[in-house]
Design a binder for this molecule. Structure first.
Ligand SMILES: Cc1cc2nc3c(=O)[nH]c(=O)nc-3n(C[C@H](O)[C@H](O)[C@H](O)COP(=O)(O)OP(=O)(O)OC[C@H]3O[C@@H](n4cnc5c(N)ncnc54)[C@H](O)[C@@H]3O)c2cc1C
Length: 407
């Protein structure tokens, strides 16, 4: 039995800790926050998008790029930076937007998502976790015939991999999800994936930690930051905590989300960049959606979680040091009002439960899951817009790497 440290108790770190504990290791899970999933995992879009794990850099995004740069799409904001790392990331992102790379990257992400989906099914067979989980299905709404046609190659790829996707017209989709009646704009076509799910990652993390504390060897250290790590292949890993203590483990996995901070120096410049988004969680009204919905035109997602609707969107690219901006939340509120105004309360006096977070995005959208040969540290981070969907699959992958490394 090895003692393994996992740094970061977001959804990726908690899933990694779980997989390692199940593999029979003693796990130390450390996070600087006082509870799990208080970073990007806190209030994301809540979608487990197993069939829609598409890479962000795509031909359709590329064709839309001039509008984004000119500020004609309120869902995106690009602030160009005279920062070599940003420029390198941006260039590599654009190089990933061709059809070939897009399909390769999406195929990779779908594989990781499929592993996550089957792992979650097995996990829920072992433990009862309350996290507003529902296999609600997902609909992707396309506003124009061109946009709908552009989704065809991705659908063909997924159909070839066995995903039961349906391409529907508005009436067919409305027969499945009556809330589409309330949608005010044209819908040229809908891609429906009945097996996609929703759930709240922070509740999932809290409950999974309770399971680990009851059934496995978990040492949970919250409210303690790892300030420095000394690591060399074949040696113990020594971690200096903010409390002044030194933690010693046989190996360590960095699940710190962003590639700044502890992971800086372990990844090449331009490997990931934060793409900031916002969410609000509002009371569902009578005819609110049950199926989770992605509105491609507005780049906004709607997920039913219990009696509430989680609405998430906005992709602001540019600033390393992102902060909450009320005007951007207002843009999301306005967009949600225009889309399905009667399905939930987003009025001026509604309790919006506003939240912002940043998706650490690699140019290919593939997360970084590997062993660093110079230090022997393991990395499981930069999951971009899909960390909730991919967390269990990437946890299984890094657990395999660790098993190979300590064999
Ligand atoms: C607006 C928005 C909507 C999204 N919607 C979805 C969605 O619908 N579906 C989906 O699959 N994904 C979605 N995502 C993406 C998803 O939320 C992230 O990919 C995921 O939460 C990343 O999890 P993580 O554990 O890697 O990172 P985090 O949740 O950020 O966790 C990293 C943890 O590491 C800790 N940490 C960092 N450095 C240290 C240190 N030195 N010492 C101790 N602790 C440290 C932090 O405190 C933090 O708790 C969305 C993201 C955003 C922003």
């Amino acid at each position: 039995m090895a003692s393994l440290a996992v740094v970061g108790a977001g959804v990726v770190g908690v899933c990694t800790a779980y997989e390692l504990a199940r593999a029979g290791h003693q796990v130390i899970l450390v996070d600087r926050n006082t509870g799990p999933a208080q970073g990007t995992s806190a209030r994301n879009g809540a979608q487990l998008s197993y069939a829609y794990s598409d890479a962000l850099a795509s031909p359709s995004l590329l064709s839309h790029f001039p509008d984004i740069l000119l500020g004609r799409d309120p869902a995106y904001r690009v602030r160009l930076q005279a920062d070599p790392e940003f420029l390198l990331w941006g260039l590599r992102f654009l190089l990933n937007a061709g059809q070939g790379r897009f399909l390769d990257n999406t195929r990779y992400l779908l594989g990781l998502a499929a592993a996550s989906q089957s792992t979650l099914t097995e996990l829920l067979g072992r433990h009862q976790l309350q996290f507003d989980y529902a296999v609600a299905g997902k609909m992707i709404l396309y506003a124009t015939p061109e946009a709908f046609a552009g989704s065809r190659p991705g659908c063909e790829l997924k159909a070839g991999l066995g995903y039961p996707l349906e391409r529907l017209n508005r009436d067919e989709a409305t027969a499945i999800e009556p809330a589409l009646t309330a949608y005010r704009d044209p819908i040229a076509g809908v891609v429906y994936s009945p097996q996609d799910a929703v759930g709240q990652p922070h509740l999932f993390c809290e409950h999974l930690i309770s399971v680990m504390q009851r059934q496995y060897e978990l040492n949970l250290l919250l409210g303690q930051s790892v300030e420095r790590i000394e690591a060399k292949p074949g040696r113990d890993v020594r971690m200096r905590l903010s409390t002044g203590e030194t933690l010693v483990a046989d190996a360590a996995v960095l699940c710190t989300g962003q590639t700044a901070g502890l992971a800086k120096g372990l990844v090449a410049p331009g490997t990931s960049w934060p793409v900031q988004g916002y969410s609000m969680t509002v009371p569902a009204l009578g005819d609110a959606m049950q199926v989770s919905i992605t509105d491609v035109k507005r780049k906004t997602v709607f997920a039913r979680i219990g009696n509430h609707i989680r609405i998430a969107g906005i992709a602001d690219i540019g600033s390393r040091n992102w902060t909450f901006e009320a005007e951007r939340l207002e843009s999301l509120r306005q967009s949600a009002y225009e889309a399905f105004g009667g399905c939930y309360d987003v009025g001026p006096d509604a309790p919006l439960e506003p939240w912002t977070g940043a998706r650490p995005m690699t140019p290919s959208s593939r997360p970084i899951i590997r062993r660093d040969s110079r230090t022997g540290l393991y990395l499981n981070l930069a999951h971009g817009a899909l960390g909730w969907t991919l967390a269990l699959g990437s946890a299984a992958k890094v657990t395999e790497l660790i098993a190979d490394g300590i064999r």
